[in-house]
Design a protein around this ligand. Structure first.
Ligand code: NAD
Length: 259
């Protein structure tokens, strides 16, 4: 029997079959979960529906996390699909304007770049958690987000996204306290680099992939499947004692000196 049998999951951040959200969807579906998806913009509707069907789902909802009304409408629509509520929320969303992710940190940083990166990549987790709460409480609900080592170390070109990820990780700890009183948990996976659309926006990403591959203890990069399996575990009752944590799924890169 799958460890997520009977669980209902909302997955955000799916945009292609290479998205980390796709790896998580595949693993959670294999563990018996029923899935729903959100997508950023109507332009992607057909693509997301085709992807969702791969995991036996037709539940897809538009939601740009920069828009409070869209967040509310998404949960209203989800409430009609799953009136008894749902169990798991996966936040797999990040964005910073391209000019923030290419070159020297101090040269790149701007007030607007900082605002957008933090709003989309960090605040959105709390915004989604707040609106989801009435639908998830009192059913051992679990939330999961995705972060990166750039929150802990100065990584070339990652720049303001590193600040946003540090904020996201603090968000996980504060949310763990707020949600814990409702019997809910939240954790983050700090994933090693994976070639996705968002990653392609970071200057020198190919070099970052090679550098990780060479220096991880496992001498390779992580796969979408590995991230997906950890996500399924963290959101299952097998991880019922784990909350507020950042779990590295990076082939061990974070424990090395990186050289
Ligand atoms: P991706 O491009 O497949 O997914 C990013 C998603 O963010 C897309 O679906 C996009 O539509 C969504 N998004 C951006 N702005 C949005 C908005 N305003 N409202 C709603 N959705 C919005 O890339 P990915 O690499 O799968 O990224 C998923 C998460 O994983 C991100 O948080 C990213 O920082 C994190 N992560 C990625 C890597 C990597 O190397 N790819 C490593 C560690 C962490």
């Amino acid at each position: 029997m799958g460890i997520l049998k009977g669980k209902r999951v909302l997955i955000t951040g799916l945009i292609s079959n290479r998205s980390i959200a796709a790896g998580i969807a595949a693993a959670m579906h294999a563990e018996g979960a029923e899935l729903a998806f959100s997508y950023v913009n109507e332009r992607f509707r057909d693509r997301i529906l085709d992807l969702a069907k791969e995991w036996n789902s037709t539940h897809i909802f538009p939601c740009d996390v920069q828009n409070d009304e869209e967040i509310t409408s998404m949960f209203d629509a989800l409430g009609k699909t799953w009136p008894e509520g749902f169990d798991i929320l996966v936040h797999s969303i990040a964005y910073a304007p391209a000019d923030q992710l290419n070159g020297d940190y101090l040269t790149c940083i701007s007030r607007e770049g900082f605002r957008v990166a933090h709003e989309v990549s960090a605040y959105s987790l709390a915004a989604l958690a707040k609106t989801a709460l009435p639908w998830m409480k009192d059913r051992q609900g679990s939330l999961l987000t995705l972060t990166y080592l750039g929150a802990e170390r100065a990584i070339p070109n990652y720049n303001v996204m590193g600040l946003a990820k540090a904020s996201l990780e603090a968000n996980v700890r504060y949310l763990a306290v707020s949600l814990g009183q409702h019997g809910m948990r939240i954790n983050a996976i700090s994933a090693g680099p994976v070639k996705t659309l968002a990653a392609a926006g970071i200057a020198g990403f190919k070099e970052m992939l090679n550098e990780h591959k060479e220096h991880t203890p496992l001498k390779r990069n992580v796969t979408l499947e590995e991230i997906g399996h950890t996500a399924a575990f963290l959101c299952s009752s097998r991880a019922s004692g784990i909350t507020g944590q950042v779990v590295h799924v990076d082939a061990g890169y974070n424990i090395t000196s990186g050289i």
